[in-house]
Design a protein around this ligand. Sequence first.
Ligand code: DP6
Length: 322
Amino acid sequence: MTPRTGTACACTNIALVKYWGKRDADANRPAAGSISLTLAGLVTRTTVTFDRPAGYDCLTLNGAPQTGESLARVSRFLDLVREAAGSRDGASVESANSFPTGSGLASSAAGFAALAVAAARAGDLGLEPTQLSALARRGSGSAARSIFGGFVELRAEGADPRALQLLSETEWDLRMIIAVVGGGSPKAVSSRSGMVHTAQTSPLYPGWLASVPSDLAVARAAILDRDLATLGEVAERSALTMHASAMAARPGLIYFQPTTLALMQAVIELRRRGIAAWFTIDAGPHVKVLTTPEHAAKLAEVLGAVPGVTSVLTSRPGPGAV
Ligand code: DP6
């Protein structure tokens, strides 16, 4: 019998070599590759059931019914699954995050990875993980990486870009500390519109894109060698180069808050004192710090004491979507 429902869990991921720009917006193909670490504990769980009339998808997020653009984006994604399944049925989608809502950590990476796996199961598409990755990418570029656990590379090449695993979550035990800044502050410009605006208006965008291939090569080798210092250096410079391109857009996109800068300085100072710590920052004010299991508790304590930090989460490498 054809299953009509599917449930999936996916962890979020944090990019160490950033994705910032598209080759083509319709199929959501990235302009360059990216490398990330999937994080345990920051999980989205989603159930898709094809049980509604055509054209009447519904979506609840943490129990709250959604309308407008967030429902429309999910419906457009489900259209891809319906097309592949040869069906027009509407779906009920229920999704919940394991992490605090309003923390600013809600992620399209975990969200669209879980949606892709759940919808593919509900539509009985029988897809392999790499095919699920390509499908998840249509929802959100970063979601392509959350199909896999541990260290993951999204390759930009090819007609239908997909991610592959570099090391599993059990092959290198690291920690990512997330310092949440200004929980509940007004939402920044989304990654989706921020990267399009940067590509269209920033004179530094070509320089950013040109910097990615060598960062990917260095990061890939550092991961395979378990060379944390080299990986950390690449992660910091990739984030800073991405943000430099965004800041130079017209008008400029500034995701940093004063606390973001204070955290960056704190990480640099801790490193000077011999603590393994390297930061990365996405399209928001929070600072994510890559470190070792031994240094994680000390770092969480110091970063948590920086004025303006509203909470601190510590995560280990997490598994792929199931
Ligand atoms: C800064 O994956 O959210 O987090 O493909 O338009 O949905 P869309 O973008 P999205 O962008 C993530 C940008 C980033 C860096 C990264 O995760 O690589």
